[in-house]
Design a protein around this ligand. Structure first.
Ligand SMILES: Nc1ncnc2c1ncn2[C@@H]1O[C@H](COP(=O)(O)OP(=O)(O)O)[C@@H](O)[C@H]1O
Ligand SMILES: NC(=O)c1ccc[n+]([C@@H]2O[C@H](COP(=O)(O)O)[C@@H](O)[C@H]2O)c1
Length: 202
């Protein structure tokens, strides 16, 4: 059985979850793993001197558990399902030997964690400009909600820092313009992943 692990990384509110869910609807044998599901509880997240909870760093996440989940899927791609019913994979009726199983891992901090570096067959990264990101983020409610000044004081500076580090240490990133329409992004990614799949089948 062949497998494809696709990273769908990028800025907060760049459209990662939206795109991952739409892709899963179109691609047979496709599962999603969301980095958001690996956040530590609020009580375990560090607080800086300004009182800002340090959510936008690797330490806020159970990254070891995320790695384990990916390896569990790699061992048994057909049996994989995560907690939410909605996240279960789609199935095709192809014979299993011909199938390529796809795992889309979506999250804002995928390519800054060394133990995951070898896992990706494809690394995508969604970007949107500062103003658009701030606008989209202001309409979203996290638990806990962003306090005043959080975007400019923590979220955006951490994004820039991690993006810089990623660019220094990682090759083969395919950047996606998150201001494009959902349809355009979906069709580009769908075709790109299908091409990867065909290469694998040969
Ligand atoms: N291509 C797009 N163009 C405009 N808005 C989008 C697009 N994709 C997603 N959105 C909107 O942006 C917000 C964040 O999307 P989401 O998929 O949750 O982002 P992420 O998972 O990257 O945080 C949502 O309100 C969503 O409807
Ligand atoms: N899921 C949580 O427990 C939680 C809590 C507070 C903030 N966040 C935010 O989630 C963001 C990452 O997720 P998105 O890429 O889906 O926006 C981070 O910018 C972080 O500030 C998540």
């Amino acid at each position: 059985m062949k497998v494809l692990v696709v990273g769908l990384g990028g800025v907060t509110n760049g459209g990662k979850t939206t795109l991952a869910k739409r892709l899963r609807k179109r691609l047979p044998n496709c599962s999603i793993l969301s980095q958001d599901d690996f956040f530590k509880p609020e009580s375990e997240v560090e607080i800086d001197e300004r009182g800002f909870k340090q959510y936008d760093v690797l330490d806020a996440l159970y990254m070891d558990e995320m790695v384990t989940s990916i390896h569990t899927w790699l061992k048994n791609p057909t049996g994989f399902s995560v907690s939410t019913a909605e996240m279960k994979s789609t199935h095709s009726n192809l014979k299993s030997t011909e199938e390529v199983h796809i795992l889309i891992v979506e999250g804002f901090l995928l390519y800054n964690y060394e133990p995951l570096n070898e896992v990706w067959d494809r690394r995508y990264f969604l970007t949107i400009p500062y103003e658009e990101c701030k606008r989209r983020r202001s309409t979203r409610v996290y638990q806990p909600a962003d306090p005043p000044g959080y975007f400019d004081g923590h979220v955006w500076p951490m994004y820039l820092k991690h993006k810089r580090e990623m660019e220094e240490n990682t090759n083969n990133i395919v950047y996606l313009d998150g201001t494009k329409s959902e349809e355009d992004l979906l069709s580009y990614l769908y075709n790109d992943i299908l091409r990867e799949q065909e290469v694998l089948k040969k």
